[in-house]
Design a protein around this ligand. Structure first.
Ligand code: F6R
Length: 602
Protein backbone atom coordinates (compact mmCIF):
# COMPACT_ATOMS: atom_id res chain seq x y z
CA UNK A 1 0.00 0.00 0.00
CA UNK A 2 1.07 3.63 -0.32
CA UNK A 3 3.92 4.93 1.81
CA UNK A 4 4.14 8.38 3.38
CA UNK A 5 7.11 10.19 4.90
CA UNK A 6 7.24 13.79 6.11
CA UNK A 7 10.12 15.83 7.52
CA UNK A 8 10.60 19.22 9.18
CA UNK A 9 13.93 20.23 10.75
CA UNK A 10 17.34 21.54 9.72
CA UNK A 11 18.39 18.80 7.31
CA UNK A 12 17.88 18.85 3.56
CA UNK A 13 14.32 17.52 3.58
CA UNK A 14 14.52 15.81 0.18
CA UNK A 15 17.38 13.55 1.31
CA UNK A 16 15.51 12.40 4.41
CA UNK A 17 12.40 11.88 2.30
CA UNK A 18 14.07 9.87 -0.47
CA UNK A 19 15.85 7.72 2.13
CA UNK A 20 12.54 7.20 3.94
CA UNK A 21 10.75 6.27 0.74
CA UNK A 22 13.42 3.64 0.04
CA UNK A 23 12.76 2.18 3.48
CA UNK A 24 9.05 2.07 2.71
CA UNK A 25 9.56 0.48 -0.72
CA UNK A 26 8.57 -2.93 0.64
CA UNK A 27 5.01 -1.70 1.06
CA UNK A 28 4.55 -1.97 -2.69
CA UNK A 29 4.18 0.98 -5.11
CA UNK A 30 4.08 2.08 -8.72
CA UNK A 31 4.78 5.84 -8.54
CA UNK A 32 6.78 8.26 -6.44
CA UNK A 33 6.49 11.93 -5.53
CA UNK A 34 8.17 14.50 -3.33
CA UNK A 35 7.21 18.05 -2.34
CA UNK A 36 9.48 20.45 -0.48
CA UNK A 37 9.09 24.10 0.43
CA UNK A 38 11.55 26.96 0.41
CA UNK A 39 10.89 30.70 0.66
CA UNK A 40 7.16 30.15 0.44
CA UNK A 41 7.34 28.17 -2.80
CA UNK A 42 6.48 24.50 -3.26
CA UNK A 43 8.77 22.29 -5.33
CA UNK A 44 7.07 19.16 -6.62
CA UNK A 45 8.66 16.30 -8.53
CA UNK A 46 6.75 13.10 -9.21
CA UNK A 47 6.27 10.29 -11.69
CA UNK A 48 5.42 6.65 -12.34
CA UNK A 49 8.30 4.26 -11.74
CA UNK A 50 10.73 3.12 -9.09
CA UNK A 51 12.58 5.33 -6.62
CA UNK A 52 16.08 4.55 -7.90
CA UNK A 53 15.31 5.51 -11.49
CA UNK A 54 13.22 8.57 -10.55
CA UNK A 55 15.85 9.77 -8.09
CA UNK A 56 18.21 10.21 -11.05
CA UNK A 57 15.67 11.29 -13.64
CA UNK A 58 13.88 13.87 -11.47
CA UNK A 59 16.93 14.74 -9.35
CA UNK A 60 14.91 14.09 -6.22
CA UNK A 61 17.94 14.62 -3.99
CA UNK A 62 18.40 18.13 -5.30
CA UNK A 63 15.22 19.77 -4.08
CA UNK A 64 15.51 22.86 -1.85
CA UNK A 65 14.07 23.28 1.63
CA UNK A 66 14.02 21.88 5.14
CA UNK A 67 10.45 20.69 5.19
CA UNK A 68 8.65 18.39 2.84
CA UNK A 69 6.64 15.23 2.25
CA UNK A 70 7.15 12.16 0.09
CA UNK A 71 4.88 9.42 -1.17
CA UNK A 72 4.97 6.05 -2.86
CA UNK A 73 1.68 5.32 -4.60
CA UNK A 74 0.01 1.94 -4.95
CA UNK A 75 -2.72 2.70 -7.46
CA UNK A 76 -6.35 2.28 -6.47
CA UNK A 77 -8.23 5.09 -8.27
CA UNK A 78 -6.60 6.01 -11.58
CA UNK A 79 -3.84 4.19 -13.45
CA UNK A 80 -0.21 4.55 -12.36
CA UNK A 81 1.09 7.56 -14.32
CA UNK A 82 2.90 10.84 -13.68
CA UNK A 83 -0.31 12.83 -13.21
CA UNK A 84 -1.93 10.48 -10.74
CA UNK A 85 1.27 10.23 -8.66
CA UNK A 86 1.06 12.19 -5.39
CA UNK A 87 1.44 14.94 -4.16
CA UNK A 88 -1.68 16.66 -5.43
CA UNK A 89 -2.27 20.37 -5.17
CA UNK A 90 -5.26 22.71 -4.94
CA UNK A 91 -6.14 25.25 -7.66
CA UNK A 92 -3.73 27.84 -6.26
CA UNK A 93 -0.81 25.43 -6.07
CA UNK A 94 -0.17 26.50 -2.49
CA UNK A 95 -1.36 23.39 -0.66
CA UNK A 96 0.04 19.94 -1.40
CA UNK A 97 -1.18 16.66 -0.03
CA UNK A 98 -0.22 12.96 -0.01
CA UNK A 99 -2.66 10.22 0.89
CA UNK A 100 -2.77 6.53 1.75
CA UNK A 101 -6.24 4.96 1.74
CA UNK A 102 -9.47 5.31 -0.17
CA UNK A 103 -12.02 8.14 -0.14
CA UNK A 104 -15.30 6.34 -0.65
CA UNK A 105 -17.46 9.41 -1.35
CA UNK A 106 -14.98 11.13 -3.67
CA UNK A 107 -17.25 11.14 -6.73
CA UNK A 108 -19.97 13.07 -5.00
CA UNK A 109 -17.44 15.47 -3.41
CA UNK A 110 -15.72 15.98 -6.75
CA UNK A 111 -18.99 16.89 -8.43
CA UNK A 112 -19.77 19.50 -5.75
CA UNK A 113 -16.27 20.95 -5.96
CA UNK A 114 -16.38 21.17 -9.77
CA UNK A 115 -19.67 23.06 -9.47
CA UNK A 116 -17.87 25.50 -7.18
CA UNK A 117 -15.25 26.05 -9.87
CA UNK A 118 -12.42 23.75 -8.76
CA UNK A 119 -10.25 22.31 -11.53
CA UNK A 120 -9.17 18.68 -11.26
CA UNK A 121 -6.17 17.31 -13.10
CA UNK A 122 -5.91 13.68 -11.94
CA UNK A 123 -8.20 10.64 -11.76
CA UNK A 124 -7.44 10.07 -8.09
CA UNK A 125 -9.80 10.15 -5.13
CA UNK A 126 -7.05 12.02 -3.24
CA UNK A 127 -7.38 15.23 -5.19
CA UNK A 128 -10.79 16.01 -3.67
CA UNK A 129 -9.16 16.37 -0.25
CA UNK A 130 -6.83 19.16 -1.23
CA UNK A 131 -9.62 21.07 -3.04
CA UNK A 132 -11.82 20.65 0.02
CA UNK A 133 -9.09 22.20 2.18
CA UNK A 134 -8.83 25.07 -0.31
CA UNK A 135 -12.60 25.49 -0.03
CA UNK A 136 -12.35 25.43 3.77
CA UNK A 137 -9.70 28.16 3.72
CA UNK A 138 -12.24 30.55 2.21
CA UNK A 139 -14.23 30.46 5.43
CA UNK A 140 -11.77 29.52 8.11
CA UNK A 141 -8.65 31.43 7.11
CA UNK A 142 -6.21 29.12 8.92
CA UNK A 143 -5.11 25.77 7.58
CA UNK A 144 -5.87 23.76 10.69
CA UNK A 145 -9.55 24.70 10.67
CA UNK A 146 -9.79 24.35 6.91
CA UNK A 147 -8.30 20.88 7.26
CA UNK A 148 -10.88 19.90 9.87
CA UNK A 149 -13.63 21.23 7.62
CA UNK A 150 -12.35 18.91 4.87
CA UNK A 151 -11.81 15.88 7.11
CA UNK A 152 -15.34 15.97 8.43
CA UNK A 153 -16.66 15.61 4.89
CA UNK A 154 -14.59 12.54 4.04
CA UNK A 155 -15.80 8.95 4.19
CA UNK A 156 -13.26 6.16 3.99
CA UNK A 157 -9.70 5.52 5.06
CA UNK A 158 -6.97 8.10 4.96
CA UNK A 159 -3.52 8.78 6.26
CA UNK A 160 -2.48 12.23 5.06
CA UNK A 161 0.50 14.55 4.99
CA UNK A 162 -0.16 18.22 4.18
CA UNK A 163 2.11 21.17 3.48
CA UNK A 164 1.00 24.79 2.91
CA UNK A 165 3.19 27.58 1.56
CA UNK A 166 1.71 30.28 3.80
CA UNK A 167 2.18 28.24 6.95
CA UNK A 168 5.94 28.08 6.90
CA UNK A 169 6.61 26.59 10.34
CA UNK A 170 4.26 23.60 10.17
CA UNK A 171 3.42 20.28 8.63
CA UNK A 172 0.11 18.50 9.16
CA UNK A 173 -0.64 14.81 9.37
CA UNK A 174 -3.86 12.85 9.78
CA UNK A 175 -4.69 9.25 10.55
CA UNK A 176 -8.00 7.53 9.93
CA UNK A 177 -7.97 3.78 9.26
CA UNK A 178 -4.60 3.94 7.50
CA UNK A 179 -1.36 3.79 9.48
CA UNK A 180 0.76 6.82 10.36
CA UNK A 181 3.42 7.20 13.04
CA UNK A 182 4.92 10.43 14.34
CA UNK A 183 8.68 10.37 15.04
CA UNK A 184 10.04 12.82 17.60
CA UNK A 185 13.64 13.75 16.89
CA UNK A 186 16.02 16.23 18.39
CA UNK A 187 15.14 19.55 16.78
CA UNK A 188 13.35 17.73 13.99
CA UNK A 189 10.03 15.92 13.50
CA UNK A 190 9.09 13.21 11.07
CA UNK A 191 6.11 11.10 10.23
CA UNK A 192 5.82 7.91 8.22
CA UNK A 193 3.56 5.00 7.38
CA UNK A 194 5.87 2.63 9.19
CA UNK A 195 8.66 2.65 11.73
CA UNK A 196 11.67 1.60 9.56
CA UNK A 197 11.52 4.98 7.76
CA UNK A 198 11.92 6.80 11.08
CA UNK A 199 14.66 4.68 12.63
CA UNK A 200 17.72 6.53 11.19
CA UNK A 201 16.52 9.69 12.98
CA UNK A 202 14.67 8.60 16.09
CA UNK A 203 13.22 5.67 17.98
CA UNK A 204 10.78 7.88 19.94
CA UNK A 205 7.38 7.62 18.34
CA UNK A 206 3.70 8.33 18.84
CA UNK A 207 1.13 6.11 17.16
CA UNK A 208 -1.75 8.27 16.05
CA UNK A 209 -5.19 6.75 16.57
CA UNK A 210 -8.02 6.82 14.06
CA UNK A 211 -9.62 10.24 13.82
CA UNK A 212 -6.53 12.10 15.05
CA UNK A 213 -4.43 14.75 13.36
CA UNK A 214 -1.19 16.41 14.37
CA UNK A 215 0.28 19.83 13.75
CA UNK A 216 4.07 19.73 13.97
CA UNK A 217 6.95 22.18 13.92
CA UNK A 218 10.57 21.12 14.04
CA UNK A 219 10.50 21.35 17.85
CA UNK A 220 6.93 20.64 18.85
CA UNK A 221 3.79 18.71 18.16
CA UNK A 222 0.16 18.84 19.13
CA UNK A 223 -2.27 16.02 18.49
CA UNK A 224 -6.00 16.63 18.29
CA UNK A 225 -9.28 14.87 17.72
CA UNK A 226 -10.44 15.65 14.20
CA UNK A 227 -14.11 15.69 15.19
CA UNK A 228 -13.97 17.88 18.30
CA UNK A 229 -10.65 19.66 17.81
CA UNK A 230 -9.74 18.77 21.41
CA UNK A 231 -6.11 18.11 22.30
CA UNK A 232 -5.28 14.44 22.87
CA UNK A 233 -2.74 13.51 25.48
CA UNK A 234 -0.49 10.90 23.87
CA UNK A 235 2.28 8.69 25.18
CA UNK A 236 5.68 8.71 23.52
CA UNK A 237 6.87 5.14 22.98
CA UNK A 238 10.45 4.00 22.57
CA UNK A 239 10.92 1.42 19.83
CA UNK A 240 13.60 -1.13 20.62
CA UNK A 241 14.16 -2.09 16.98
CA UNK A 242 17.61 -1.03 15.86
CA UNK A 243 18.43 0.42 12.45
CA UNK A 244 20.48 -2.70 11.60
CA UNK A 245 17.41 -4.83 12.16
CA UNK A 246 15.73 -2.93 9.36
CA UNK A 247 18.71 -3.27 6.97
CA UNK A 248 19.90 -6.14 4.76
CA UNK A 249 23.23 -6.80 6.49
CA UNK A 250 24.92 -8.45 3.53
CA UNK A 251 22.00 -10.59 2.39
CA UNK A 252 20.83 -10.13 -1.20
CA UNK A 253 17.27 -9.61 -0.07
CA UNK A 254 15.35 -8.89 3.12
CA UNK A 255 13.37 -12.06 2.55
CA UNK A 256 16.50 -14.23 2.66
CA UNK A 257 17.75 -12.38 5.74
CA UNK A 258 14.41 -12.88 7.44
CA UNK A 259 14.30 -16.59 6.58
CA UNK A 260 17.72 -16.95 8.20
CA UNK A 261 16.65 -14.95 11.23
CA UNK A 262 14.02 -17.53 12.11
CA UNK A 263 15.94 -19.44 14.79
CA UNK A 264 16.47 -16.14 16.61
CA UNK A 265 12.91 -14.94 15.99
CA UNK A 266 11.42 -18.15 17.35
CA UNK A 267 13.66 -17.86 20.41
CA UNK A 268 12.54 -14.28 21.00
CA UNK A 269 8.90 -15.34 20.62
CA UNK A 270 9.48 -17.99 23.27
CA UNK A 271 11.35 -15.90 25.84
CA UNK A 272 9.19 -12.86 25.18
CA UNK A 273 6.07 -14.78 26.22
CA UNK A 274 7.09 -17.63 28.45
CA UNK A 275 6.35 -15.78 31.69
CA UNK A 276 2.95 -14.45 30.67
CA UNK A 277 1.47 -17.15 28.48
CA UNK A 278 -0.22 -19.04 31.36
CA UNK A 279 -2.24 -15.99 32.26
CA UNK A 280 -3.50 -15.64 28.68
CA UNK A 281 -4.23 -19.37 28.49
CA UNK A 282 -6.35 -19.15 31.65
CA UNK A 283 -8.39 -16.42 30.01
CA UNK A 284 -8.87 -18.54 26.87
CA UNK A 285 -9.93 -21.50 29.02
CA UNK A 286 -13.13 -19.62 29.91
CA UNK A 287 -14.42 -19.74 26.35
CA UNK A 288 -16.05 -22.51 24.36
CA UNK A 289 -16.96 -20.41 21.34
CA UNK A 290 -13.70 -19.35 19.73
CA UNK A 291 -13.08 -17.79 16.32
CA UNK A 292 -9.64 -17.34 14.80
CA UNK A 293 -9.58 -14.55 12.21
CA UNK A 294 -6.72 -13.45 9.96
CA UNK A 295 -5.67 -13.01 6.34
CA UNK A 296 -3.01 -14.56 4.08
CA UNK A 297 -0.08 -16.11 5.86
CA UNK A 298 -1.54 -15.19 9.25
CA UNK A 299 -4.68 -17.09 8.24
CA UNK A 300 -2.52 -20.15 7.55
CA UNK A 301 -1.10 -19.78 11.06
CA UNK A 302 -4.73 -19.76 12.19
CA UNK A 303 -5.38 -23.05 10.39
CA UNK A 304 -2.40 -24.63 12.14
CA UNK A 305 -3.78 -23.07 15.34
CA UNK A 306 -7.06 -24.93 14.86
CA UNK A 307 -5.26 -28.29 14.93
CA UNK A 308 -3.27 -27.22 18.00
CA UNK A 309 -6.46 -26.23 19.82
CA UNK A 310 -8.20 -29.46 18.84
CA UNK A 311 -5.42 -31.85 19.68
CA UNK A 312 -4.08 -30.20 22.80
CA UNK A 313 -7.00 -28.36 24.39
CA UNK A 314 -9.89 -30.34 22.90
CA UNK A 315 -11.43 -27.07 21.77
CA UNK A 316 -12.66 -26.50 18.23
CA UNK A 317 -12.15 -22.94 17.06
CA UNK A 318 -13.74 -21.72 13.86
CA UNK A 319 -11.02 -20.33 11.60
CA UNK A 320 -12.21 -17.71 9.16
CA UNK A 321 -10.63 -15.20 6.85
CA UNK A 322 -11.26 -11.84 8.48
CA UNK A 323 -12.71 -10.60 5.18
CA UNK A 324 -15.47 -13.23 5.46
CA UNK A 325 -15.94 -13.01 9.21
CA UNK A 326 -16.57 -9.27 9.10
CA UNK A 327 -19.70 -9.81 6.99
CA UNK A 328 -20.84 -13.19 8.27
CA UNK A 329 -20.36 -13.13 12.02
CA UNK A 330 -22.69 -10.30 13.06
CA UNK A 331 -25.28 -12.70 14.52
CA UNK A 332 -22.84 -15.36 15.67
CA UNK A 333 -20.66 -13.40 18.05
CA UNK A 334 -21.65 -12.40 21.57
CA UNK A 335 -20.16 -11.78 25.00
CA UNK A 336 -19.47 -15.50 25.39
CA UNK A 337 -17.23 -15.51 22.34
CA UNK A 338 -13.47 -15.23 22.15
CA UNK A 339 -12.03 -13.90 18.89
CA UNK A 340 -8.34 -14.51 18.29
CA UNK A 341 -7.00 -12.16 15.61
CA UNK A 342 -3.62 -12.96 14.08
CA UNK A 343 -1.86 -10.15 12.24
CA UNK A 344 1.79 -9.35 11.65
CA UNK A 345 1.28 -5.69 10.88
CA UNK A 346 -1.67 -5.07 13.17
CA UNK A 347 -2.97 -2.81 10.38
CA UNK A 348 -4.70 -5.18 7.92
CA UNK A 349 -8.03 -3.51 7.12
CA UNK A 350 -10.11 -6.71 7.11
CA UNK A 351 -8.61 -7.98 10.35
CA UNK A 352 -9.17 -4.63 12.07
CA UNK A 353 -12.77 -4.63 10.85
CA UNK A 354 -13.23 -8.16 12.24
CA UNK A 355 -11.84 -7.06 15.61
CA UNK A 356 -14.12 -4.04 15.68
CA UNK A 357 -17.16 -6.15 14.87
CA UNK A 358 -16.26 -8.62 17.62
CA UNK A 359 -15.83 -5.79 20.13
CA UNK A 360 -19.13 -4.23 19.11
CA UNK A 361 -20.89 -7.52 19.80
CA UNK A 362 -19.30 -7.76 23.24
CA UNK A 363 -16.82 -10.54 22.43
CA UNK A 364 -13.39 -10.72 24.02
CA UNK A 365 -10.56 -10.13 21.53
CA UNK A 366 -7.08 -11.55 21.84
CA UNK A 367 -4.66 -10.38 19.15
CA UNK A 368 -1.39 -12.03 18.18
CA UNK A 369 0.61 -9.21 16.64
CA UNK A 370 4.16 -8.37 15.61
CA UNK A 371 4.18 -4.60 15.26
CA UNK A 372 4.22 -2.97 18.66
CA UNK A 373 1.69 -0.18 19.09
CA UNK A 374 -0.15 -0.99 15.84
CA UNK A 375 -3.89 -0.47 15.66
CA UNK A 376 -4.81 -4.10 16.43
CA UNK A 377 -2.94 -3.85 19.72
CA UNK A 378 -4.90 -0.76 20.68
CA UNK A 379 -8.37 -2.08 20.02
CA UNK A 380 -7.97 -5.58 21.47
CA UNK A 381 -8.59 -6.72 25.06
CA UNK A 382 -5.47 -8.88 25.19
CA UNK A 383 -2.31 -8.81 23.09
CA UNK A 384 0.41 -11.39 22.66
CA UNK A 385 3.40 -10.09 20.73
CA UNK A 386 5.33 -12.36 18.39
CA UNK A 387 8.64 -10.48 18.94
CA UNK A 388 9.91 -11.27 15.43
CA UNK A 389 11.43 -7.79 14.91
CA UNK A 390 10.77 -5.76 11.77
CA UNK A 391 9.80 -7.81 8.72
CA UNK A 392 10.56 -5.85 5.56
CA UNK A 393 10.20 -8.54 2.86
CA UNK A 394 6.64 -8.47 1.56
CA UNK A 395 6.37 -12.24 1.89
CA UNK A 396 5.85 -13.12 5.54
CA UNK A 397 8.46 -15.61 6.79
CA UNK A 398 9.83 -15.12 10.29
CA UNK A 399 6.57 -13.65 11.51
CA UNK A 400 4.76 -16.84 10.44
CA UNK A 401 7.23 -18.97 12.41
CA UNK A 402 6.71 -16.79 15.47
CA UNK A 403 2.91 -16.79 15.15
CA UNK A 404 3.05 -20.59 15.14
CA UNK A 405 5.40 -20.61 18.12
CA UNK A 406 3.03 -18.41 20.10
CA UNK A 407 0.04 -20.60 19.16
CA UNK A 408 1.94 -23.73 20.24
CA UNK A 409 2.88 -22.11 23.55
CA UNK A 410 -0.67 -20.91 24.13
CA UNK A 411 -2.33 -24.24 23.41
CA UNK A 412 0.24 -26.19 25.43
CA UNK A 413 -0.39 -23.85 28.39
CA UNK A 414 -4.12 -24.29 27.86
CA UNK A 415 -3.78 -28.07 27.81
CA UNK A 416 -1.83 -27.92 31.06
CA UNK A 417 -4.48 -25.77 32.66
CA UNK A 418 -7.35 -27.95 31.45
CA UNK A 419 -5.58 -31.26 31.93
CA UNK A 420 -6.57 -32.32 28.43
CA UNK A 421 -3.42 -34.26 27.49
CA UNK A 422 -1.06 -36.59 29.33
CA UNK A 423 1.52 -34.86 31.46
CA UNK A 424 4.49 -36.78 30.08
CA UNK A 425 3.49 -35.92 26.51
CA UNK A 426 3.03 -32.27 27.45
CA UNK A 427 6.46 -32.17 29.10
CA UNK A 428 8.09 -33.53 25.94
CA UNK A 429 6.16 -31.03 23.81
CA UNK A 430 7.24 -28.14 26.04
CA UNK A 431 10.86 -29.27 25.73
CA UNK A 432 10.54 -29.31 21.98
CA UNK A 433 8.95 -25.84 21.95
CA UNK A 434 11.94 -24.63 23.94
CA UNK A 435 14.29 -26.31 21.43
CA UNK A 436 12.54 -24.98 18.32
CA UNK A 437 15.45 -22.65 17.35
CA UNK A 438 17.65 -25.75 17.05
CA UNK A 439 15.19 -27.53 14.74
CA UNK A 440 14.69 -24.44 12.60
CA UNK A 441 18.47 -24.02 12.34
CA UNK A 442 18.76 -27.63 11.14
CA UNK A 443 16.10 -27.00 8.48
CA UNK A 444 18.10 -24.01 7.20
CA UNK A 445 20.97 -26.42 6.56
CA UNK A 446 19.21 -27.62 3.38
CA UNK A 447 19.65 -24.40 1.51
CA UNK A 448 22.18 -25.76 -1.00
CA UNK A 449 20.04 -28.76 -1.77
CA UNK A 450 17.03 -26.48 -2.26
CA UNK A 451 19.02 -24.17 -4.54
CA UNK A 452 19.89 -27.14 -6.76
CA UNK A 453 16.28 -28.27 -6.75
CA UNK A 454 15.15 -24.77 -7.71
CA UNK A 455 17.37 -24.91 -10.83
CA UNK A 456 15.68 -28.14 -11.83
CA UNK A 457 12.19 -26.73 -11.30
CA UNK A 458 12.53 -23.20 -12.50
CA UNK A 459 10.52 -23.63 -15.71
CA UNK A 460 7.63 -25.58 -14.20
CA UNK A 461 4.21 -24.01 -14.58
CA UNK A 462 2.20 -25.59 -11.77
CA UNK A 463 3.03 -26.92 -8.32
CA UNK A 464 0.89 -28.89 -5.89
CA UNK A 465 1.58 -28.90 -2.17
CA UNK A 466 -0.15 -31.57 -0.15
CA UNK A 467 -0.37 -32.19 3.59
CA UNK A 468 -2.77 -33.76 6.06
CA UNK A 469 -3.80 -32.65 9.51
CA UNK A 470 -1.68 -29.74 10.70
CA UNK A 471 0.56 -30.13 7.62
CA UNK A 472 -2.38 -28.87 5.55
CA UNK A 473 -1.43 -25.42 6.88
CA UNK A 474 2.14 -25.98 5.67
CA UNK A 475 0.85 -27.00 2.23
CA UNK A 476 -1.22 -23.81 1.99
CA UNK A 477 1.61 -21.60 3.16
CA UNK A 478 4.23 -23.28 0.95
CA UNK A 479 1.98 -22.72 -2.07
CA UNK A 480 1.29 -19.09 -1.14
CA UNK A 481 5.02 -18.34 -0.82
CA UNK A 482 5.64 -19.79 -4.27
CA UNK A 483 2.76 -17.93 -5.91
CA UNK A 484 3.47 -14.54 -4.47
CA UNK A 485 7.16 -14.21 -5.25
CA UNK A 486 7.92 -16.62 -8.11
CA UNK A 487 4.58 -16.08 -9.93
CA UNK A 488 4.27 -19.82 -10.54
CA UNK A 489 0.79 -21.24 -10.15
CA UNK A 490 0.61 -23.34 -7.00
CA UNK A 491 -2.13 -25.01 -5.00
CA UNK A 492 -2.04 -26.05 -1.39
CA UNK A 493 -4.32 -29.00 -0.73
CA UNK A 494 -5.34 -31.21 2.08
CA UNK A 495 -3.90 -34.45 0.70
CA UNK A 496 -7.18 -36.31 1.11
CA UNK A 497 -8.78 -33.93 -1.39
CA UNK A 498 -6.36 -34.89 -4.13
CA UNK A 499 -8.44 -37.70 -5.55
CA UNK A 500 -11.63 -35.64 -5.42
CA UNK A 501 -10.63 -33.55 -8.41
CA UNK A 502 -7.14 -32.04 -8.44
CA UNK A 503 -5.53 -35.39 -9.32
CA UNK A 504 -6.75 -34.76 -12.87
CA UNK A 505 -4.07 -32.08 -13.13
CA UNK A 506 -1.17 -34.29 -12.12
CA UNK A 507 0.69 -35.47 -15.18
CA UNK A 508 4.26 -36.31 -16.04
CA UNK A 509 6.75 -34.00 -14.37
CA UNK A 510 4.28 -31.86 -12.42
CA UNK A 511 5.90 -31.10 -9.04
CA UNK A 512 3.99 -32.46 -6.06
CA UNK A 513 5.45 -31.35 -2.74
CA UNK A 514 4.30 -33.65 0.05
CA UNK A 515 4.65 -32.55 3.65
CA UNK A 516 4.91 -35.82 5.52
CA UNK A 517 6.15 -35.76 9.10
CA UNK A 518 5.53 -38.97 11.03
CA UNK A 519 2.34 -38.62 13.01
CA UNK A 520 -1.32 -39.42 13.10
CA UNK A 521 -1.92 -39.44 9.33
CA UNK A 522 1.54 -40.38 8.08
CA UNK A 523 0.36 -43.69 6.51
CA UNK A 524 -2.48 -41.89 4.80
CA UNK A 525 -0.28 -39.35 3.08
CA UNK A 526 1.93 -42.15 1.80
CA UNK A 527 -1.10 -43.41 -0.15
CA UNK A 528 -1.70 -39.89 -1.49
CA UNK A 529 1.92 -39.64 -2.60
CA UNK A 530 1.56 -42.99 -4.37
CA UNK A 531 -1.52 -41.68 -6.18
CA UNK A 532 0.46 -38.71 -7.50
CA UNK A 533 3.44 -40.90 -8.32
CA UNK A 534 1.26 -43.26 -10.36
CA UNK A 535 0.37 -40.23 -12.54
CA UNK A 536 4.11 -39.59 -13.04
CA UNK A 537 4.16 -36.45 -10.88
CA UNK A 538 7.61 -35.21 -9.80
CA UNK A 539 7.52 -36.11 -6.12
CA UNK A 540 9.30 -33.98 -3.55
CA UNK A 541 8.81 -35.13 0.02
CA UNK A 542 9.64 -33.49 3.32
CA UNK A 543 9.68 -35.84 6.27
CA UNK A 544 11.66 -37.44 9.06
CA UNK A 545 11.27 -41.04 7.91
CA UNK A 546 13.91 -42.46 5.54
CA UNK A 547 11.34 -44.68 3.85
CA UNK A 548 10.02 -41.62 2.01
CA UNK A 549 13.19 -41.70 -0.06
CA UNK A 550 11.96 -44.73 -1.97
CA UNK A 551 8.83 -43.06 -3.25
CA UNK A 552 10.36 -39.65 -3.89
CA UNK A 553 12.22 -38.02 -6.76
CA UNK A 554 13.68 -35.68 -4.16
CA UNK A 555 13.58 -36.32 -0.42
CA UNK A 556 14.34 -33.63 2.14
CA UNK A 557 15.09 -35.25 5.47
CA UNK A 558 13.72 -33.08 8.25
CA UNK A 559 14.68 -33.15 11.93
CA UNK A 560 12.36 -35.29 14.02
CA UNK A 561 9.94 -33.04 15.82
CA UNK A 562 6.41 -33.49 17.13
CA UNK A 563 3.91 -33.33 14.29
CA UNK A 564 2.15 -30.41 15.98
CA UNK A 565 5.34 -28.34 15.86
CA UNK A 566 6.34 -29.48 12.38
CA UNK A 567 4.81 -26.44 10.57
CA UNK A 568 7.40 -24.18 12.22
CA UNK A 569 10.26 -26.33 10.91
CA UNK A 570 8.88 -27.67 7.62
CA UNK A 571 7.97 -24.26 6.24
CA UNK A 572 11.67 -23.28 6.13
CA UNK A 573 12.69 -25.36 3.05
CA UNK A 574 9.49 -24.24 1.32
CA UNK A 575 10.29 -20.58 1.95
CA UNK A 576 13.80 -21.18 0.58
CA UNK A 577 12.42 -22.97 -2.47
CA UNK A 578 10.08 -20.07 -3.24
CA UNK A 579 12.89 -17.57 -2.68
CA UNK A 580 15.43 -19.30 -4.95
CA UNK A 581 12.87 -19.93 -7.67
CA UNK A 582 11.92 -16.24 -7.59
CA UNK A 583 15.54 -15.16 -7.91
CA UNK A 584 16.25 -17.65 -10.72
CA UNK A 585 13.23 -16.36 -12.60
CA UNK A 586 14.52 -12.79 -12.31
CA UNK A 587 11.95 -11.55 -9.80
CA UNK A 588 12.64 -9.32 -6.84
CA UNK A 589 11.36 -11.38 -3.88
CA UNK A 590 11.23 -8.33 -1.63
CA UNK A 591 8.87 -6.47 -3.92
CA UNK A 592 6.51 -8.89 -5.63
CA UNK A 593 4.24 -7.42 -8.27
CA UNK A 594 0.73 -6.31 -7.27
CA UNK A 595 1.33 -6.96 -3.57
CA UNK A 596 1.74 -4.75 -0.54
CA UNK A 597 3.19 -5.53 2.86
CA UNK A 598 0.21 -4.40 4.81
CA UNK A 599 -3.15 -4.34 3.12
CA UNK A 600 -4.75 -1.30 4.65
CA UNK A 601 -7.71 -1.11 2.28
CA UNK A 602 -10.57 -3.56 2.04
C1 F6R B 1 1.97 -13.28 2.50
C2 F6R B 1 1.63 -12.12 3.29
C3 F6R B 1 0.20 -11.73 3.40
C4 F6R B 1 -0.13 -11.33 4.84
C5 F6R B 1 -1.57 -10.81 4.93
C6 F6R B 1 -1.95 -10.47 6.35
O1 F6R B 1 3.33 -13.55 2.55
O2 F6R B 1 2.48 -11.48 3.85
O3 F6R B 1 -0.63 -12.75 2.95
O4 F6R B 1 0.05 -12.44 5.66
O5 F6R B 1 -1.70 -9.67 4.13
O6 F6R B 1 -1.11 -9.51 6.89
P1 F6R B 1 -1.01 -9.25 8.44
O7 F6R B 1 -0.45 -10.48 9.05
O8 F6R B 1 -0.12 -8.06 8.57
O9 F6R B 1 -2.40 -9.00 8.93
Amino acid sequence: MCGIIGYIGDRKACEVIVDGLKRLEYRGYDSVGVVTEENGKLHIRKGAGKIDELKEKLRLNEMPGNRGIGHTRWATHGIPNDINAHPHTDCTGEIAIVHNGIIENYLELKEELIKKGHRFVSDTDTEVIVHLIEEGLKDFKNLENALRYALLKLKGSFALGIIYTKDREHLYLVRNESPLVLGIGNGEMLFASDIPALLPYTNRVIFLDDGEYAVITKNSFVIKDMRTGEIRDKQIQEINWSLEMAEKQGYDHFMLKEIHEQPKAVKEAFYGNVKTIDKVAKEIAKYEKIFIVAMGTSYHAGIAGKYLFQRLAKKVPIVEEASEFRYEAEDLVDENTLVIAITQSGETADTLAAIRLAKKKGAKVLSIVNVVGSMATRISDLVVYTHAGPEIGVAATKTYATQLTVLAMLTAALAKHLGTVEESYLKELENQIHDLPKYVEAALGYENKIKKLAKELKDKRDFFYIGRSISFATALEGALKLKEISYIHAEGLSAGELKHGPLALIEEGVPVVAIAPTGKTYDKIISNIEEAKARKGFIITLGDSEELKEISDVFIKMPKVDELLSPIVYIVPLQLLAYHLAVLRGNDPDKPRNLAKSVTVE
